[in-house]
Write a protein that binds this ligand. Sequence first.
Ligand SMILES: Cc1cc2nc3c(=O)[nH]c(=O)nc-3n(C[C@H](O)[C@H](O)[C@H](O)COP(=O)(O)OP(=O)(O)OC[C@H]3O[C@@H](n4cnc5c(N)ncnc54)[C@H](O)[C@@H]3O)c2cc1C
Length: 461
Amino acid sequence: MRRMRVAIAGAGLAGLSCAKYLADSGHIPVVYEARDVLGGKVAAWKDEEGDWYETGLHIFFGAYPNMLKLFSELGIEDRLQWKSHSMIFNQPEEPGTYSRFDFPDLPAPINGVAAILSNNDMLSWPEKIAFGIGLVPAMLRGQEYVEECDKYSWTEWLKLHNIPERVNEEVFIAMSKALNFIGPDEISSTVLLTALNRFLQEKNGSKMAFLDGAPPERLCEPIVNYVRNLGGEVYLNSPLREIRIDNDGNVKNFLIGGRKGEATKEVQADAYVSALPVDLLKLILPEEWKKMTIFSKLDGLKGVPVINIHLWFDKKLTDIDHLLFSRSPLLSVYADMSITCKEYEDPNRSMLELVFAPAKDWIGRSDEDIIQATMEELKKLFPMHFLGDNQAKLRKYKVIKTPLSVYKAVPGCQELRPTQKTPIKNFFLAGDYTMQRYLASMEGAVLSGKLCADVVSQSNH
Ligand SMILES: Cc1cc2nc3c(=O)[nH]c(=O)nc-3n(C[C@H](O)[C@H](O)[C@H](O)COP(=O)(O)OP(=O)(O)OC[C@H]3O[C@@H](n4cnc5c(N)ncnc54)[C@H](O)[C@@H]3O)c2cc1C
C-alpha cells in the first residue's frame, strides 16, 4: 500500500474523524482549520472569568454507534456522563412541573412502548394508538420507508396518518426544534422517523449523555493527539482559500493561509478532502466544477440559523440532572450545566444553556433583545424563581449566534446530499451534510469522516 498524504480542510468533527481513520489506515492526514479553535459547530471558548461558552448545547445519544466507538478507541469513554433513560418536557400550562417519558430496563421496542404508554400527561389513548399504527411501516420497512417519506413534512406525514394536530403541539414541535432548529411544518418527516426508529429499535437509543467538559478540549484534542502520534498534522489559523485545479480538472493544490497579511502557501497532497460546512464549500468550489450534478445539487442545501444562550444565575433554579424540552415558542432544549456537566459544576448557582429556535426572526436582533425575550419565556416556565421576594438574578450572559448552522432538513433534501466520493478523482467530501444515515448531527459528522477515509483509502488501489 502506498502511504498517502491527504490534505483535509476543516477541523470540525467530520474533518477530525476523517484524519483519525486515515491515520489508522497508515496514511498521513494533514488538517487545515480556518479558525483558532478546534471543533467547528462544537467549538467553545472561555470568558474572562474562565467560564466556558459553546456554539451549541450538545447531547450524545445511545444510538450513536460511531461516536461511541470513537470515544472507546481514544480511551475516553469515561468523559461521557450518561443520564437516566428519560425524556423530560416542561409543562407550560402548569409552570414549574414536568412530564416524563421514562424508559424501563427492558429490551427494545418494549421499553419505548412502555415509556409512551405510561405517560398520560401529554397524549390521550386514541392519540397514542393512532400514532403507534402510523409508525408500523417505519418499524417494518425500516430505512427504505423512512427515505420515501422525505417528500413529506412532519405535519403532512401526521395528517396522512390521521394523527391529530394536537400531537404535534404536545410533542413534535419540541422534537423538531431539537433535531433541526425548525418546526414540524418545515422539517422533513425523514428526520423524525429516523430518530424515532433508532429510539424505538435500540434499547439505549434515546439514552442521553453530556460530555464532562468543553468539546474542543475533552473530545477534539484527544483526536488531534491521536492523529499526531501516528504521524499526521493539524494546523489552526490555516484557512483554505482556493481549490486549484489542473488541466484535467483534478485538484492541483490547496491554497492555504493568508490570515492577517501572512503569505498564502500552495499545499500539495495525494488526495484532498473538504470537511467544510456546505455553505462555505459552495463559495470555494472551482467554477469548472459547479455544473456537475453532485455540486449543483448543493445549492438546495442551506444552513439553518440557531442561537445558543448561556445564563449564569446567582442561585440554583433546578435540581434536574438532564436535558429538558422547554416546549416554549422561542426556546428549544436546555439544561442546567452546573448540574449536568462536571467541568461546569457549581453547587450553589445555575448556569442554563439554552437553544433558541427557530431563530430566523431573531438572528439579526441584538443580544439584549434576545436575552430579554429568553427571560420572558423563563418567567413563564419558572414563575416561582422570578416573582416575589427571593428572585433569581442574572449574573451574566453570553449569546452565540450561528446564522448558517447544520443544513436545513426540509422535504427533498435527502436526494441532494452528496456522497463522500466525487467525480473528481483526488477530491472527497466529509461533513454532516454528506450522505450517511445519521442526518445533521455529531454522529453524522463522525460517520461521514469515517466513510470519507474509506473512499480515500480505496482510491489508492
Ligand atoms: C446549537 C447547536 C446544537 C447542536 N446540538 C447537537 C446535539 O445535541 N447533538 C448532535 O449530535 N449534534 C448537535 N448539533 C450538530 C453538530 O454540532 C454538527 O452536526 C456537527 O458538529 C457538524 O460537524 P462538521 O464537521 O460536519 O461541520 P463543522 O463543525 O461546521 O466543521 C467545519 C469546520 O470547517 C472549518 N472551516 C470553514 N471554512 C474553512 C476554510 N475555508 N478552511 C479551513 N477550515 C474551514 C470551520 O471553522 C469548522 O471548524 C448542534 C449544532 C448546533 C449549532
